[in-house]
Ligand binder design. Structure first.
Ligand code: TMP
Length: 218
């Protein structure tokens, strides 16, 4: 039996976490078994790699080293957490997956996409999500939202996860354009969502995107 693998993608401050929590609650209320997880992260080792990559003092990684670390984390996350849950028939919702590497390390840092695909094949083979929601928001609005979340982290005394946020407007504009391009490259699984609307409107589009897959599985 195999479950349903859903991913959420988008630039900084696109509202993925809010939507993932909301969707997971709704699916659990309907009686589905749901696992929510995130990248980089999802296992203790992958969370350590996350700290290197996203925290302000995480290190000065080259784009290729960054990419290798991301696939190291992803290999463990997929084989130890995602695949076993899917094999049990669960719905797995991941906040980011391989598409983030295509976009951040590929479109953002300029690593050739073919190299990223080669590394992906080595790490996880042909695995792709069944549905990917790409939350699209204007770069300035997203960065402003993200900044306010980061200020909350500082006020809570947590480590600031802003290594990518600090890469500047041009980088983040390339990211947002890359995500739109992604929906054209993978039209069968990617759904582009206008994330500038209300939380309810966005949630309703997302649920409608998933419903046919739930009906198929029932
Ligand atoms: P988050 O803020 O959505 O939790 O994501 C953490 C950061 O990591 C975000 O700035 C994007 C970045 N990232 C990559 O650059 N490549 C990847 O493959 C993943 C999963 C995340």
């Amino acid at each position: 039996m195999s479950g349903l693998f859903i991913t959420f993608e988008g630039g900084e401050g696109s509202g993925k976490t809010t939507q993932i929590n909301r969707l997971a609650r709704k699916l659990v209320d309907e009686g589905h078994e749901v696992l929510t997880t995130r990248e980089p992260g999802g296992t203790p080792e992958a969370e350590k790699i996350r700290n290197f990559l996203v925290q302000r003092d995480g290190g000065n990684w080259s784009p290729m080293a960054e990419c290798l670390l991301l696939f190291a984390a992803r290999e463990m996350h997929y084989s130890q957490i995602i695949k076993p849950a899917l094999d049990k028939g669960k719905i797995v919702i991941s906040d980011r997956f391989t598409d983030s590497t295509r976009i951040y390390q590929g479109y953002g840092h300029g690593l050739p996409l073919e190299r990223i695909e080669q590394l992906k094949q080595i790490a996880i083979g042909d695995v792709e999500p069944k549905i990917t929601f790409v939350l699209n928001i204007n770069t300035q609005t997203g960065l402003a939202r993200s900044e306010s979340r980061l200020n909350d982290q500082v006020n809570d005394g947590a480590q600031t996860e802003d290594r990518f946020e600090k890469l500047g407007n041009d980088f983040h504009t390339r990211i947002n354009q890359g995500f739109i391009r992604l929906t054209k490259d993978f039209p069968d699984r990617c759904v582009l969502i206008d994330a500038s609307r209300t939380i309810e409107e966005i949630a309703s589009d997302i649920y409608n995107g998933i419903k046919p897959h739930l009906e198929k599985a029932a």
